[in-house]
Ligand binder design. Structure first.
Ligand SMILES: [Fe+2]
Length: 260
């Protein structure tokens, strides 16, 4: 049997010292790595805070820009309507009805600022229609009607160079198209008509029916609902007319009383 190896006490002490040294070096290394990680985390947190701040500023700037666009477009729409004393804030109400309807359709139109611009500026081409035709109480002659109907294409010509309006121009051009193809200026049928213009058509009729005109008083909302429902599939997109049927009276009343 081999004799047991006995370490001398000097050897034991040396080994312990070496181990202690190793542990100390490792602890130092761990502390160093931890410090580096903490510094990196702090740096990342600073970056994240900077990014959040930049994002907030960007969002505020873009909201500001959108607000000035809207103010400018509203001013322009009001200038067009100033000729027509009885419609009040027709364009603003129609825009609000249109956005309500678009939201009900679950369409992304409701979040598209260009669509609101289109709703507001739909009749901008009427600046080119003489008062004698615009306010003629008697029925228009064929030539006068042709001139009146040109307000859609003239509107697009007026807005031609304004890039930020984008899709708004489709509403300006196509807001008098009919689902059955009997509208103007292009005689588009059904889904050939841009959705925003189909939504607009219902909103426009709703506002026309529920506001006083020199030749007739405003209809109650229930009557407007019946009329619009009866024109689904001929003048109006049936889906849009149905979505309109689902908007609560209170939501429509609120728009009518707030924008006048
Ligand atoms: Fe129009």
């Amino acid at each position: 049997m081999a004799p047991a190896t006995n370490l001398s006490s000097v050897e034991v002490t040396e080994r312990e010292r070496a181990l202690e040294e190793e542990v100390r070096a490792l602890s130092e290394r761990i502390a160093e790595v931890e410090a580096q990680a903490a510094a990196k985390e702090q740096q990342l947190q600073r970056y994240a805070a900077d990014l959040r701040e930049t994002f907030k500023e960007e969002r505020a700037r873009s909201a500001q820009l959108r607000a000035s666009y809207i103010t400018t477009v509203r001013a322009l729409a009001n200038a067009v309507e100033a000729r027509d004393a009885y419609t009040g804030k027709h364009a603003e109400r129609v825009a609000a009805y249109g956005l309500e309807l678009a939201g009900r359709l679950g369409s992304s139109l409701a979040d598209d600022p260009e669509i609101e611009f289109g709703f507001l500026l739909h009749d901008i081409g009427k600046v080119a229609v003489p008062d004698a035709i615009l306010y003629k109480p008697e029925p228009l002659t064929d030539a006068e009607r042709t001139l009146m109907e040109r307000h859609t294409v003239i509107g697009v010509q007026i807005l031609r160079g304004v890039d930020f309006l984008g899709e708004a121009k489709a509403v300006v051009r196509s807001h008098h198209e009919r689902w059955d193809g009997g509208g103007y200026p292009d005689g588009l049928h059904g889904e050939e008509i841009p959705l925003a213009a189909r939504v607009f058509a219902v909103a426009d009729t709703l506002d026309a029916l529920t506001t006083d005109r020199p030749y007739r008083p405003a209809s109650p909302l229930s009557r407007a609902r019946t009329i619009i429902g009866s024109l689904a599939g001929t003048q109006f997109d049936p889906e849009v007319a149905q979505a309109f049927g689902e908007v609560a009276d209170d939501d429509l009343d609120e728009i009518r009383t707030e924008i006048r």
